[in-house]
Ligand binder design. Structure first.
Ligand SMILES: Cc1cc2nc3c(=O)[nH]c(=O)nc-3n(C[C@H](O)[C@H](O)[C@H](O)COP(=O)(O)OP(=O)(O)OC[C@H]3O[C@@H](n4cnc5c(N)ncnc54)[C@H](O)[C@@H]3O)c2cc1C
Length: 369
């Protein structure tokens, strides 16, 4: 591809956010160049044949879709298929039957709550909390594709401003404990406040509540779905939309510095062959992490949140068997990945998972909707 000397916008990084920004700008008639450091587009949302000799392409890192608004899919004409999962989460409990939460609440979820807790009270609390979260998700989701609102203006648009306040201002563990009493059930819900972060569930400093919100508001349902073809199919469709609009995408092109002036930004980048290039941009869109942009602009590094993510990829020929644990009666897509186990919901202690059993699939605490 021939790179011009000036573009209306240069996008740094071809992860899904950079690609969507590029597609919208190109559709609006802007000249757009996307520069991606790696040899493929998609960032952490890519499909790979992970195991040599096993002809299966799976999502190498990120693997479930919730925070992609339907509106973006429609606007950009993305051809993606997202599949629902029959089981939202299953949490094994030593010596017990564990807790099963179906994607759509059915008799199995009801029975599982009763078997675990010995009464219907905890399920009632779960439904009440899930209902409140569901209403908040419906109210918040449309704002994700609007200009950012202040917390005060946002509160004015919500049916449950109290929950919005609590999730931002109070420790997540306390908010959940208001509604639920079982340590296991609390633990399943609190997983959504921890995924990928080192947040403190007992602190009122924000990260856990924020993480929780991001995991429950997607498209107003908080449903997490499996992309057919893996995440690479989703970002591939985004890249195709950007190209259709006229954007140029260059891989193995690492941006090394951004030099802003009053009327433009000079974007310095290094090509595959190590050669240095420079291109003028009316605007630069940061599709890489904020810390990367700080480095590129020479700005003082901002505070970052600590976090970690471990993913185990597996290709299964059948569902794993777990002694004395729940096994699905009806066939459902075999989960190919398991995320971290939920935190022990007994504050600050951790129970070992039962040997040989996945402790939990990705928890969807609001999946009863
Ligand atoms: C193991 C794992 C599992 C996850 N699971 C999920 C999940 O199931 N669902 C979910 O929604 N989220 C999940 N996430 C989080 C999700 O992957 C990220 O939120 C998402 O990928 C961020 O997208 P992005 O486009 O903002 O950035 P990225 O995907 O990080 O893309 C940024 C791109 O910028 C490029 N880049 C960086 N620096 C430069 C430079 N100097 N010049 C040019 N290019 C540059 C990078 O190479 C990269 O391609 C997971 C993350 C991990 C690590």
């Amino acid at each position: 591809m021939r790179v011009r000397s000036r573009y209306d916008a240069v996008v740094v990084g071809a992860g899904h956010n950079g690609l969507v920004a590029a597609a919208y700008l190109a559709r609006a008639g802007w000249s757009v160049l996307v520069l991606e450091r790696l040899g493929e587009v998609g960032g952490a949302a890519v499909s790979r044949q992970v195991f040599p000799g096993v002809d299966v392409r799976l999502s190498a890192y990120s693997y479930l879709v919730s925070l992609l608004p339907d509106r973006i899919v429609a606007d950009l004409g993305l051809q993606v298929t997202l599949a629902d999962r029959a089981v939202a989460s299953y949490t094994a409990v030593p010596g017990g039957a564990g807790l099963l939460v179906e994607g759509e609440e059915g008799p199995a979820t009801t029975a599982s709550f009763r078997a675990l807790t010995g009464s219907a009270a905890e399920l009632t609390g779960w439904r009440r909390f899930s209902g409140r979260v569901a209403a908040l998700a419906e109210d918040l989701a449309p704002t994700l594709t609007e200009p950012l609102l202040s917390p005060q203006r946002m509160a004015g648009r919500l049916r449950d401003p109290r929950l919005w306040h609590d999730l931002r201002e109070r420790p997540l563990a306390d908010v959940v404990a208001d509604e639920l009493t079982s340590d296991v059930v609390r633990g399943v819900v609190l997983t959504d406040g921890l995924i990928g972060t080192s947040a403190d569930l007992h602190a009122a400093d924000g990260p856990a509540g924020r993480c929780f919100l991001y995991h429950v508001v997607g498209n107003g349902t908080g449903r997490w779905r499996v992309p057919v073809g893996g995440m690479g199919a989703v970002t591939g469709a985004m890249a195709a939309a950007a190209r259709r609009g006229g954007a140029g995408l260059v891989t193995r092109a690492e941006v090394t510095a951004l030099d802003p002036r009053a009327d433009a930004v000079t974007v310095h980048w290094t090509g595959d062959d190590g050669a240095e290039h420079a291109v003028e941009a009316g605007h630069v869109v940061g599709g890489a992490a904020p810390a990367v942009l700080d480095r590129l602009t020479g700005a003082a590094p901002r505070d970052t949140s600590d976090g970690a993510q471990l993913k185990v990829n597996a290709v299964l020929t059948r569902l794993p068997g777990c002694a004395r644990a729940w096994t699905p009666r009806s066939p459902s897509p075999a989960p190919s990945t398991w995320t971290r186990p939920p935190p022990s919901s007994t504050p600050r202690t951790r129970r070992p998972p039962r040997a040989g059993c996945p402790t939990s699939s990705r928890s969807r605490s609001t999946a009863t909707r």
